[in-house]
Design a protein around this ligand. Structure first.
Ligand SMILES: Cc1ncc(COP(=O)(O)O)c(C=O)c1O
Length: 304
C-alpha cells in the first residue's frame, strides 16, 4: 500500500499513516461494519467518481439493514468522499468508505457504541484484478455455499459477508484457480467472491436474480443498462452449475474487477477458452462509460 493523501475519519482529514483505531473497536471483533468500494477514473474532463450517488445510497441501505445509526447525512458523506479524493491528488483511485461500530463497550451488543465513518482511497493497480482482463480467469465452484438472507441480509455490503467470500477465494487460489464461483443452498449460481456473474448462451445474456442471494452490484446494473441502451436484453433467472459449463461466454462484473472474462470453470473450458465477442464488447463499452467516453452515460460521473 502506497500511503498517499489523507483519510477522512468522522469529519476530519488525517494523514494516511495516522488513521488508526483502537484494538477494542467493536467491528474488529464482531464484523459490525458496512462498507463501499468505489472507483475514480481519469476522464477527458478530469477525474470523476463513478456512480457516486448509487454507492452512497447502498452504504446507507446497508447501514439500515443492520440498524446502524449514521451520524452523517448522505450529502455529508458524498462531500467527504469528494474531499478525500481531492486530498489524495490521485487522478485515478479506489475509494473505501466504511461505517462501523467503534470503541466503547465490548460484548456482542453493538448499539451502545457510536457508528464511526472513515473514507480512504488508494491507487488500484491493474495487477490486482488482472485475471480476466486479457486472458480469461480460471474459476472454481466453491465447496463453501454462499450464505443467504435467511442468515444475514445479503443486500447489505457488510464486512460479515466477506468471511464467507474470503473462504471461497482462498480455497480457489490454493487449488490453483484465479477466482471462485459460489452456489447458494439450492445449488444455484450466485456470484464470485467479489463480483456478479453473467453467462452468454445462444446469443442471450443471463444473470442470477437478486433473490439468489447476491449483492446488487452497481457494475452489474451499469452493464445491464449498457446492454439495454445498445438494444439488447438481459434475462435474470436462476442458473445451474451446468449452465456455466455449457455457456458460450461467462463474464464477471464488479467495481474492482470491472468486466472480466472467465475462460474455465472447474477445468471445463468455456467455448474455446478465449475471450468471447460479447465480453470483449462489454469490457470496452463499460470502460468507455466509466472513463467519460460515452456521452449516454455522462450522468454516471461526478467530476471532482
Ligand atoms: C459479493 C460481491 N458481489 C458483487 C460485487 C460487485 O458489486 P459492485 O459492482 O457494486 O462493485 C461485489 C463488489 O463489491 C461483491 O463484493
Amino acid at each position: 500500500m502506497r500511503e498517499v493523501g489523507k483519510i477522512w475519519m468522522n469529519g476530519k482529514l488525517v494523514p494516511f499513516k495516522d488513521a488508526k483505531v483502537h484494538i477494542l473497536t467493536h467491528a474488529l471483533h464482531y464484523s459490525t461494519a458496512v462498507f463501499e468500494g468505489i472507483r475514480c477514473y481519469n476522464t477527458p474532463r478530469g477525474s470523476a467518481i463513478f456512480r457516486l450517488p448509487e454507492h452512497v445510497d447502498r452504504l446507507f441501505r446497508s447501514a439500515k439493514l443492520y440498524s446502524m445509526k449514521m451520524q452523517f447525512t448522505k450529502e455529508q458523506i458524498t462531500d467527504a468522499i469528494v474531499k478525500t479524493v481531492r486530498a489524495s491528488t490521485l487522478k485515478e483511485c479506489y475509494i473505501r468508505p466504511i461505517a462501523y461500530y467503534g470503541y466503547g463497550t465490548m460484548g456482542l451488543t453493538p448499539t451502545p457504541n457510536r457508528v464511526d465513518v472513515s473514507i480512504a482511497c488508494w491507487e488500484w493497480k491493474v495487477g490486482e484484478s488482472k485475471a480476466g482482463k486479457i486472458t480469461g480467469a480460471r474459476c472454481k465452484t466453491s465447496s463453501w455455499l454462499r450464505i443467504d438472507s435467511r442468515a444475514q441480509p445479503m443486500q447489505a455490503k457488510a464486512a460479515s459477508n466477506y468471511a464467507n467470500a474470503a473462504l471461497a477465494r482462498v480455497e480457489a487460489l490454493k487449488n490453483g484457480y484465479d477466482e471462485s464461483i459460489m452456489l447458494n443452498y439450492h445449488g444455484k449460481v450466485t456470484e464470485g467472491s467479489a463480483e456478479n456473474i453473467f453467462i452468454v448462451k445462444n446469443g442471450q445474456i443471463f444473470t442470477p436474480p437478486l433473490a439468489s442471494g447476491i449483492l446488487e452490484g452497481i457494475t452489474r446494473d451499469s452493464v445491464i443498462q449498457i446492454i439495454r441502451a445498445d438494444g439488447g436484453e438481459v434475462i435474470e433467472r436462476d442458473l445451474d452449475r451446468d449452465d456455466l459449463y455449457s455457456a458460450d461466454e461467462i463474464f464477471m462484473t464488479g467495481t474492482a474487477a470491472e468486466v472480466k472474462s472467465v475462460s474455465e470453470v472447474d477445468d471445463v473450458i468455456i467455448d474455446n477458452g478465449r475471450m468471447g465477442q460479447t465480453t470483449k464488447r462489454l469490457q470496452h463499452s463499460f470502460m468507455d462509460a466509466a472513463t467519460g467516453r460515452d456521452e449516454r452515460f455522462a450522468h454516471w460521473l461526478t467530476h471532482l
